[in-house]
Structure formats: structure tokens, C-alpha cells
Design a protein around this ligand. Sequence first.
Ligand SMILES: NC(=O)c1ccc[n+]([C@@H]2O[C@H](COP(=O)([O-])OP(=O)(O)OC[C@H]3O[C@@H](n4cnc5c(N)ncnc54)[C@H](OP(=O)(O)O)[C@@H]3O)[C@@H](O)[C@H]2O)c1
Length: 268
Amino acid sequence: MNLSGKTFIVTGASSGIGKVLSKKLATKGAQIICASRNLDNLNRVVEEIKIQGGTAISVQTDITQMDQCQLLVEKTINHYGKLDALVLNAGISMWTPFESLKDVSFFRQLMETNYMGAVHCCHAALPFLKSSNGLIVNCSTGQALMGFPNHTGYAASKHALRGFLASLDIEMKGEIQFLDVIMGWIRGTGLRENAFGPNGQKLGETKRNHTSQSVPLIECVQAIVSGIENDKKVIYIPKKLRLVPFFNVFFKGLLNRKVAKAVNDHQD
Ligand SMILES: NC(=O)c1ccc[n+]([C@@H]2O[C@H](COP(=O)([O-])OP(=O)(O)OC[C@H]3O[C@@H](n4cnc5c(N)ncnc54)[C@H](OP(=O)(O)O)[C@@H]3O)[C@@H](O)[C@H]2O)c1
């Protein structure tokens, strides 16, 4: 895809991957609709894009609400007349062993945001993406391909979304393109800080060990942009994650032990 003049909705554009990705796409000439709940943060991102010489608007959107997702797409079409790409990036996580949870009701919020929120956006955007032979980008995770300790509800929501998009891909018969971005730990985002902790509250600032396994935000975003420009169907960040599906089938025990150790090393 040549990004110049293309219209992108980026959900979760107020922070982390969505924020840096919006700015990077804009430097390539794309027009960005920045969507998330926090309007002040979104407006700051839009300002930064404009200062860079790019084009962007902010649309305050809670993706758990279908009517707000419809409004997001309506505002996009009213403003730019078309939609070329939808980046499903907004998401929340958790960081707690299932057994130690007193209450699992926040699992609904994980599903409402990571799964239903993306479904709402796809449903509203589909007719416009079909007419532009557009693209859906899924900012996914290795945890959508395998089990992952301390992240039961998050992994489940990301598995659900991946299954939904793989099915939609077949239904669309090539009328829409799909890019699956499978990421490991990315350094410099708010995901862990905003993750649900043991009592269902935000984890907040915690001490963590940044091992060589985490990827800097800017490297991650460069890889996503390159995947879009080169019409990839799936990319792995870091590249070694491409071995996960193979290990999950043939060496599951070994993979599970490695993952358990990695989570342990990443703890407080
Ligand atoms: N960081 C990693 O290591 C990593 C690894 C693999 C995959 N990912 C995936 O990458 C995506 C981005 O994560 P990040 O690391 O950049 O985290 P982040 O910095 O916490 O950003 C999450 C974004 O999602 C938005 N959001 C949350 N709930 C929303 C809702 N109901 N409606 C609209 N927007 C909502 C937040 O904005 P508001 O608060 O303004 O709504 C924020 O902009 C997520 O889907 C995550 O699962 C991240």
C-alpha cells in the first residue's frame, strides 16, 4: 500500500503503539482519524501530527459502545469521504494468576474492549472498506496463538478476535485485506500500567525487568508500517515469534516452560 493520501482510523491512538503509529503513518502522507476515550490525549496527538505537517482529526470513541463506533466511521466519511484502513489497536490487559483473583467480573471488560470493541469497529467500517478494497490491521499478540500465564482473560479475548478476523477474511473473498500483527512485549507503552491487577483495579506503575525480550516502541511501529506498505498478511515482532505456532504444535511442553520463565523474569 502506498500510504500517501490514504485514510486510516487508528483506535487507541491516545497512547503507546497507537499514538506512535498514528504519527508515523501521518509522516508518510496518510490522513489519520485518532480514536479513543481520552479526548485531551487524542487532541495532543493530533496537534503533534499537525506540527509535523501531517493531517489528522480526533474522534472521542469508547469502542465498547456500538453507536460510538458508528459515529466514528460516519465522522470519518463526512470529513475525508472515504476509509482505506482500520487499525484495531485499542486494548487493555491483565497481570494476575487466575487462581488468586477474588472476582473475575473484569474479564467482561477485557472481552468488551479487546473483542467486542473491535467487532463494533469492523461492523461499522465494513461497507466503506469494501468500496476502497481497504485494509484491517489487527494489533495482536503472541498470546493470541498460545496459552499465557497471568493473562488468562487477555489471551482469551485476543484468541477470540483472531478467530473472528480469520473467519471474516474468508467471507470477504479478497474484497478487504487483512494484516495480523503478532507482537511480543513492547517497551514504552501504558499496557501494563493500565492492566487489571489482583483486585480488578489498574496495576499502576510497577517495577519491572526489561529483558532483552522486549522491543522498543519505535522499532515495533516501523515494522508495522513496513508490513502495511509491503502488503503482508502477518508479521511477527520480534521475528522469532514466527516459531510460536510450530512450537505450540510440536514442542508444547517446552514452549509452556519458556513462557512461564519469561513471565517470571518479567515480574516485580
Ligand atoms: N505493549 C505490548 O507489549 C503489547 C504486546 C502485544 C500486543 N499489544 C497490543 O497493542 C495494542 C496497544 O497497546 P499499547 O501497548 O499501546 O497499550 P496502551 O499504551 O495502554 O494503549 C492502549 C490504548 O487503548 C485505548 N483504549 C482502551 N480502552 C478503550 C476503549 N474502551 N475505547 C477506545 N479506546 C480504548 C487507550 O486509550 P483511552 O484510555 O484514551 O481510551 C489507549 O490509547 C493493544 O491492543 C495491546 O493488546 C501490546
